[in-house]
Design a protein around this ligand. Structure first.
Ligand code: B12
Ligand code: SF4
Length: 433
């Protein structure tokens, strides 16, 4: 049986920052060896729609849903069954089923194998629901399907799923609820050891969901002698011994969701705990004292933001010399409480912006309180381009030793800033699909 895995592209532009899509390494690991697997990552290559395939399996995020549906429709015209999984079909299975023969709701482990059996028996069902959160031990990541594809050198690895917080805009809380799971540390370490070098990105949405589990991981990474980066909540600064261990184990870059400098906004998004650790400036100082480069992310457009917020937030990111930063317009993702609130308040500009042909990447999707939607769109774009101006790249590079203290760092800083600069200009205003 021939399986075509498809990772849709978000816009028509090819990507220069594509990472290996881990979901397919997992699906390949769960697939018996007699199946013939082929991966099309549309961010990097054209899909061969005439390719003989017995099933097409597509991973779908909200931003790629429109394109995923177009791809699915083309394969189904030829009579090839399509299966969809990932965040978006989990939140909106009925919508996805208008373009797919089957959707999987939740994690794949234990369910993908059933789908393959049903396909063989000619008895594919429309919905496969993960009834419990599967144990993550013993997972096999088969990365052979990535061979020969032009992915960035950064290698994604997953240690845990879920987050202990419940920010109102976040798809992670919507997907996993309060569930938190880690893989056995020894398995993660063995996987990293087998990757053959390169910078490792631990993709967990928050690597610090449990101080004991975090410590176990950091200790296991020390002997591997790698360089790595992660996403972590700023409250980790309350644990100096963890910061020390992260440093010793080769952590170089931490992505921190600051989201907003306004405490009323943080309260509204249920992230007020973000400033309960001595404030942002103090948190940044402690992180940079441990040598971490900071990738700061912000979400703009909450109800207490005004037209001045963009400049104030940009100035903060420049002052703190972040290695990278993103200034995202607040975007109501399906399945989140933010989406439900804005819909109930009648503030959505499109009921389903992700499939609306009028929506463009980077645009506001709702009516903010203290500015127009267009001011939100333009304000975020101005902050993004301001942060990525050549003058700003040079300033942030030399104003803190953290960003340039050895040759490797200098290379990482320059490469990531130039990629970021290029991607911002390329994606802004592009239609999805
Ligand atoms: C690494 C990452 C990136 C990387 C790129 C990743 C890559 N492969 O190239 C970068 C930094 C470039 C990135 C960019 C963006 N990202 Co991103 N990213 C992630 C992150 C942190 C990890 C992805 C990962 O490897 N997960 C591990 C795999 C194993 O999990 P999984 O994909 O969920 O797969 C499991 C199941 O869902 C299921 N499954 C998934 N697909 C399929 C398909 C089939 C057929 C089946 C059966 C099962 C199945 O099986 C898997 C195993 O159980 C996730 C958060 C997360 N925890 O997943 C966000 C996340 C996916 N990103 C998100 C977003 C919004 C974006 C951006 C749009 C941000 C922006 N505004 O520009 C961009 C654009 C992405 C795009 N579509 O092109 C959101 C998506 C939310 C949503 N509702 O869709 C997430 C969930 C983050 C969040 N906190 O909300 N991202
Ligand atoms: S801390 Fe981050 S990952 Fe956790 S719920 Fe909030 S935004 Fe999502």
């Amino acid at each position: 049986m021939r399986i075509a895995f498809v990772r849709p592209n978000m816009t028509a532009a090819r990507s220069t920052d594509a990472m290996q899509p881990l979901a397919f390494a997992i699906l390949a690991g769960l697939t018996p060896s007699e199946y013939d697997i082929r991966l099309y990552d549309e961010r990097l290559e054209e899909i061969d729609f005439d390719q003989p395939a017995d099933v097409v399996a597509i991973t779908v995020e909200t931003y790629t849903a429109r394109r995923a549906y177009q791809i699915a429709d083309r394969f189904r015209e030829r009579g090839v069954p399509v299966v969809m999984g990932g965040y978006h079909p989990t939140f909106l299975p009925e919508e996805a089923l208008r373009h797919a023969d089957a959707v999987i709701i939740g994690d794949a482990e234990g369910v993908w194998e059933r789908i393959l059996d049903d396909l063989r028996a000619g008895a594919l069902r429309p919905q496969y629901r993960q009834r419990f959160f599967p144990d993550l031990s013993g997972l096999k990541y088969d990365r052979r399907l990535f061979a020969g594809k032009d992915y960035v050198q950064v290698k994604p690895v997953q240690y845990s799923r879920g987050c202990r917080f419940a920010c109102d805009f976040c798809s992670i809380h919507a997907f996993y609820g309060a569930d938190l799971r880690q893989r056995p540390v020894a398995e993660v370490a063995a996987e990293i050891d087998g990757l053959g070098g390169g910078h490792v990105f631990i993709v967990d949405d928050n690597i610090f969901v449990d101080p004991v589990k975090a410590e176990e991981l950091f200790r296991a990474l020390i002997p591997l002698n790698i360089k790595w980066s992660c996403q972590v909540t700023i409250d980790i600064v309350r644990h100096p011994h963890l910061l020390k261990l992260m440093q010793q184990s080769g952590c170089e870059v931490v992505l921190i969701g600051f989201e907003s400098l306004n405490e009323d906004n943080l309260r509204q998004m249920k992230k007020h705990w973000n400033v309960r650790h001595g404030g942002y400036a103090e948190g940044v100082r402690r992180l940079q004292d441990h040598g971490f480069m900071i990738y700061g992310t912000f979400v703009l457009g909450y109800d207490h933001d005004t037209r001045d917020t963009f400049d104030v937030t940009l100035e903060f990111a420049l002052r703190e010399n972040f290695c990278l930063a993103n200034f995202n317009p607040l975007t109501p993702m399906p399945g989140t409480s933010l989406y439900e609130r804005l819909r109930a308040e009648g503030r959505l500009l499109h009921e389903r912006w992700w499939t609306d042909p009028g929506f463009r990447y980077g645009e506001a999707t709702y009516r903010p309180k203290n500015m127009t939607p267009d001011e939100l769109t333009q304000g975020c774009y101005r902050a993004r381009t301001g942060f990525n101006r050549y003058r700003s790249i040079i300033k942030r590079l030399f104003d803190t030793p953290v960003n340039h203290r050895n040759f490797d760092r200098l290379g990482f800083y320059l490469a990531s800033n130039f990629i970021s600069r290029r991607e911002i200009h390329k994606k802004q205003g592009m239609s999805l699909g």
